[in-house]
Design a protein around this ligand. Sequence first.
Ligand code: GLA
Length: 458
Amino acid sequence: MATNPPPKLQVRSSENDRLKRLKETFISKFGLAPVFYARAPGRVNLIGEHIDYCGYAVLPMAIEQDILTAVSLNKTQVIQLANTNPLYPDFTSRISDIHIDKTKPLWHYYFLCGLKGIQEHFSLACPPGINCAVDGTIPASSGLSSSSAMVCCAGLVALEANKKTLSKVELAEICASCERYIGTEGGGMDQSISFLAEQGTAKLIEFNPVRATDVQLPDGAVFVIANCCVEMNKAATSHFNIRVMECRLAAKLLSKAKGLDWKRLLKLGDVHKEAGVTLEEMLATVEELLHPEPYSQQEICQCLGITLEELCTGILSQNTQDVTTFKLYQRAKHVYSEAARVLEFKDICDQTPAKAVQLLGELMNQSHVSCRDMYECSCPELDQLVDICLQSGAVGSRLTGAGWGGCTVSMVPNDKLDSFLSNVRESYYKTDARRAALETQSLFVTKPGGGAAVLLEV
Ligand code: GLA
């Protein structure tokens, strides 16, 4: 029996409008009632962007918005997927023949990733067929992890359908690796917080192995999410994987220059660990050993003493092999400085000095500047929204999630909340018809929510 598995909660669909509607949809689709439900939440990352895949701790919290799936089993060995959102068409396939196309990030592929991950983990040759109706409340491509929540929810569905148990940590690790079937080389933040979140607390998530520590956010301020309304799907473009590869190449060049085992080392965090120095010293090492001008493929091959062929097949991912230049200095500077900001953020939350809110806000602002200038994962709309949030009374504001679109997260003193919301509405949403139409789901206060769970009707 796995220790600390996701909880099984008892629910009554008659007392919960959303469950009731989902149950009705399920019955009209499949002609019978669901036997269980599973939910997995999205997340907002407070600080620590693009460093999980470098091995560094991050500081997210789960949000209330989630993916909820109603499930029943079938004896025909098929998977039948329906979605309450008409934009996402139904899908059917044989359950033992799951195919995920990396070139097209269709909604049901995320679900299939989770199913496949569990089937492979348990080597399930003949899993039962399942009927699923999915209902999502996380705005898609908004940096709030709707895709990972889908993968996690599907993982939990498969676990329950096959009557298996796993701990939250095992599930998080499996779901982080099976999401790579879709082609993105993400870290494990989204899946870890989706399973390990607990109501009322943010979490410091560390990796290798995955660990979560409570972080009590100070009283006196709330976190507000605002979507800039530019959609970014990290599987649809190569921005995300290029950054992962730039960090990998920076790790290799730094470790080679320091006489470490560069062939084995993949992450900037591993180089730091092996070098046995502080983050500040790693920042100095970057200054000393890397240059700010972009590196060509040829220069990288020369530094590592490898051929172009070895670079492409041995180090780069499939969708980054035609990238010709890589910014290693800027990416490594961001990663080491952001890793240090996460630890400072946690220390301030633990020690609650008099100016805690102010200090946390400053760290969030520094994080945004670094994401914008060093990691280049912002966009003009995100930058404009961050500026408006700061002018509207936030003490800190930054992009959250992968970036290149999606949401900002701002820390707003309680007494400024009302004027903050009305200012942001006027200055960002009301100025544009498309944004105005999306406003209600785009601007909201958020509190740390609970993690993934199986829901059983009593
Ligand atoms: C995406 C990935 C995460 C993380 C963030 C950026 O959400 O899935 O693993 O890398 O981007 O911090």
